[in-house]
Unconditional design. Structure first.
Length: 260
């Protein structure tokens, strides 16, 4: 049963983009267990309804609004519906994103546009809409899903590294610009995570001649990360437990970034 009165997000409403599956689903479930009223914005209607059902079946509170968050009109429509049907929110978790594994010289303009739209434009559009509403309500916590690739470079992932670097810098900028309006903004930076996204990334890298499954993963981060481990980090940053943490890149990679 959801701990709606004593959880770390008790009394708060959390909007999660890309909250239907993978790390997003793990976060939606965890935030709900910690007392949050969860609002999922996602393009995947089937997965989102499944996640909502998982939450409400344990007496949690969850809502779903379908949107492609790379499109301004759909972002505004979703947030208009949230305002009308749910009300104010204190937490925003910008999680929506994807990856392309391809050599830079083979990457197309369409690849570039797609990844910039899904990973960067979406974060810009969502925050542009949410920041005035959150500040008007007294502030809150914004969390981004960045990546270990936000600050380290990886072969075959040039476009992904570019976009995740941009996401991390957006997070830091919001932390500085909106601090006096009561907004904290931080980022979680995972390594490889056991989700459909993460397993596809590993498979595509190995198909291109790398050896993540044959030992590189063990050498860099020890083992593959569980989605719930990233969700726990996001929960900490979203909650009042991190009330004096702002502009932070929290690496969820078992020391990979530190080793370099």
């Amino acid at each position: 049963m959801t701990n709606a009165t004593a959880g770390r997000l008790a009394g708060k409403t959390a909007v999660i983009t890309g909250g239907a599956a993978g790390i997003g689903r793990a976060s939606s479930l965890m935030f709900a267990r910690e007392g949050a009223r969860v609002v999922i914005i996602d393009i995947n209607e089937k997965a989102a309804h499944e996640t909502v059902e998982m939450i409400t079946s344990t007496e949690g509170s969850a809502h779903f609004f379908q949107a492609d968050v790379s499109k301004a009109d759909q972002v505004d429509r979703a947030f208009d519906a949230i305002k009308a049907e749910v009300g104010t929110y204190e937490v925003l978790f910008n999680h929506a994103g994807t990856i392309i594994v391809k050599p830079l010289h083979e990457s197309t303009e369409e690849d570039y546009d797609r990844l910039m739209d899904i990973n960067v434009r979406s974060a810009f559009l969502v925050c542009r809409r949410a920041l005035p509403e959150m500040t008007a309500n007294g502030g809150g916590s914004i969390v981004f899903t960045a990546s270990i690739a936000s600050e380290l470079g990886y072969a075959l992932e040039a476009l992904y590294c570019m976009t995740k670097g941009a996401v991390l810098q957006l997070s830091r900028t919001i932390a500085v610009e909106y601090r006096e309006q009561g907004i904290r903004c931080n980022a979680v930076c995972p390594g490889f995570v056991k989700t459909a996204h993460g397993l596809r990334e590993i498979a595509e890298l190995d198909a291109a001649g790398q050896t993540w499954e044959d030992g590189d993963l063990a050498a860099t981060q020890g083992r593959i990360c569980k989605p719930e481990e990233v969700a726990s980090a996001a929960l900490f940053l979203a909650s009042d437990e991190s009330s004096f943490v702002n502009g932070m890149a929290l690496y969820v990679d078992n020391g990979w970034y530190t080793k370099g």
